[in-house]
Ligand binder design. Structure first.
Ligand code: HEM
Length: 497
């Protein structure tokens, strides 16, 4: 037996005994109906996804709050509770140590992973930068360039393959590559060229993917002890995670060193901007890696479900095209990002798609001091409290009896887009820690949606179009079978993006 196998076996024995004693001491034990269904996974007999089961339980709960005792987790879909934890008593619901520990090796002290002073400092610095007009224009330039020079040529090549009959393309994979290229250029000034399918994926993209997947895997272990012991012995997934993080650190150091050599005072990417006020190399690396994680899979996920809904609701896709022709002119593309504010139906369709398919399906905080939520639920110090945008989008009391239908019109009054109470729709985490990339994400989605819908007809080729998609477990919602589509060029097209 090799040393690694011996260590794995010892690790297994340690975990077995820890689990045995915890069960005996009833630390993990609860036999209520919900906990029993959770522990035995028998919910999966009736539901495709864990989130669908939670949505069902939350819908049935009079307070719209439930407890998974074995996980010490309170889950809520009650807008008043959501407002309370994200705004009114924000200080009592930090991310907390358990979350920071899971992502700590990967994200370090980056904004996504810290509370208190460090969070406030980065938040202030990042908000100042992101609010600048020049940063928005820079992001728009990057996205438009990526669409025109990579995304459209790629889809065109698939549409004309097989003598014009087209071949199947996984749109989810394409959007992941697209959003990684865009967010890397925006954050680092680095082009990983993931959408160039003829090139092998860059080392950075591979390492980043691996590190985010393996960090998410930590969150799924029955107890943090499991991954912590594997980390001590440098075994299996923890060994892989360490290697990926080392690779990311090395590349980040290289980029920072190159910027110091060539000068960063006039460069527009976020790293160069932060380098003007922060010296510490590790801190700089951490800040930018958080942006990469926050802005990559979320946008890809939002685009994937949007195009799935457009494919299954052709009338809505056609309404987006009609509006674009009216506002921008037939055969005319977007000239600047201000023009997007006039596209009300498109904005409504994007909001509606994220109501049903929020990229972050649920998000947790840890209660710092004993408390009582507005619906009367008591929460003890140390309890994980989760708000659940996925379930909230599917609750009649919040969205009405047609809540399961995709209806962009629900966001329009006299054809003008209006926003709902943000705590009913916590897709971008309203309150004091609202997503910093919301405007950039909406710009990215609208630009891609317009460019692709006007130029191509895109048909999902799944056999059962009416079925709900299945999701893979992870930090962000991902269709487990991807989004296979057939693409055809349309006859009338805009002249540019
Ligand atoms: C449709 C796309 C997006 C959605 C749905 C989304 C949603 C969210 C949510 C729910 C959070 C809170 C996470 C938490 O605290 O646990 C968050 C935070 C954050 N997002 Fe986004 N996001 C999107 C795109 C982006 C993009 C493109 C960027 C980067 C430019 C970005 C940057 C951030 C940052 C920096 C935070 C941390 C804010 C803080 O902790 O103060 N997001 N986002």
């Amino acid at each position: 037996m090799e040393l690694e196998q011996v260590l794995q076996f010892l690790c297994f024995l340690v975990l077995f005994f820890i689990s045995f004693f915890m069960l005996r001491s009833k630390l993990w034990y609860c036999n209520c109906e919900i906990c029993h269904a959770y522990v035995t996974s028998c919910w999966s007999l009736k539901f495709d996804n864990l989130c669908d089961w939670y949505a069902h339980l939350l819908r049935d709960s009079p307070t719209k709050t439930i407890h998974i005792h074995v996980l010490r987790n309170t889950i809520t879909a009650n807008p008043e509770n959501v407002e309370y934890m994200l705004k009114t008593r924000f200080e009592n619901y930090p991310k907390g140590k358990p979350f920071s520990a899971i992502l700590g090796d990967f994200l370090g002290q980056g904004i996504f992973n810290v509370d208190g002073h460090s969070w406030r400092f980065q938040r202030k610095m990042a908000s100042l930068e992101l609010d600048r007009h020049s940063v928005r224009s820079f992001a728009f330039e990057i996205v438009s360039h990526e669409i025109e020079h990579r995304l459209i040529p790629l889809l065109s090549s698939f549409s004309s393959s097989h003598d014009g009959g087209g071949s199947v393309l996984d749109l989810q994979d394409v959007f992941k590559r697209f959003s990684f290229d865009s967010i890397c250029k925006f954050s680092f000034g680095l082009d990983p060229m993931c959408l160039e399918l003829s090139l092998p994926l860059s080392k950075f993209a591979v390492a980043f993917d691996m590190a985010s997947q393996l960090s998410a895997k930590r969150a799924m272990t029955a107890s943090p002890l499991i991954w912590k012991i594997k980390r001590i012995f440098n075994l299996g997934s923890e060994k892989q995670l360490k290697e990926s993080i080392n690779m990311i650190d090395l590349l980040a150091k290289e980029v920072i060193a190159r910027k110091r050599e060539t000068g960063f005072s006039t460069q527009k990417d976020l790293l160069s901007r932060f380098m003007r006020s922060v010296e510490d190399e590790t801190y700089l690396r951490d800040i930018v890696i958080s942006f990469l994680l926050a802005g990559r899979d979320t946008v890809a996920s939002a685009l994937t479900s949007f195009f799935w809904l457009m494919g299954t609701h052709p009338a809505a896709a056609s309404a987006v095209r009609v509006e674009a022709d009216r506002v921008l002119g037939p055969n005319q593309g977007l000239k600047n990002f201000e023009q997007m504010h006039e596209l009300h139906y498109l904005q409504a369709a994007i909001y509606e798609s994220m109501r049903l398919f929020p990229p972050i399906q649920f998000d947790s905080k840890f209660c710092a001091q004993d408390d009582v939520l507005p619906d009367g639920t008591s929460v003890r110090k140390g309890t994980r409290v989760t708000y659940h945008p996925y379930a909230m989008g599917r609750i009649q009391d919040i969205w009405g009896s047609d809540c399961m239908e995709f209806k962009p019109e629900r966001w329009l009054k006299d054809s003008v887009f209006f926003t709902e109470d943000p705590f009913k729709y916590p897709v971008f985490q309203p309150g004091l820690r609202v997503c910093l990339g919301k405007e950039m994400a909406l710009m990215e989605m609208k630009t891609v949606a317009l460019s692709l819908l006007r130029r191509f007809s895109i048909h999902p080729v799944t056999h059962e179009l009416s079925r709900v998609p299945r999701f893979s477990p992870g930090l962000t919602a991902t269709f487990s079978d991807g989004l296979p589509v057939l693409v055809r060029e349309r006859k009338t097209q805009p002249s540019c993006s």
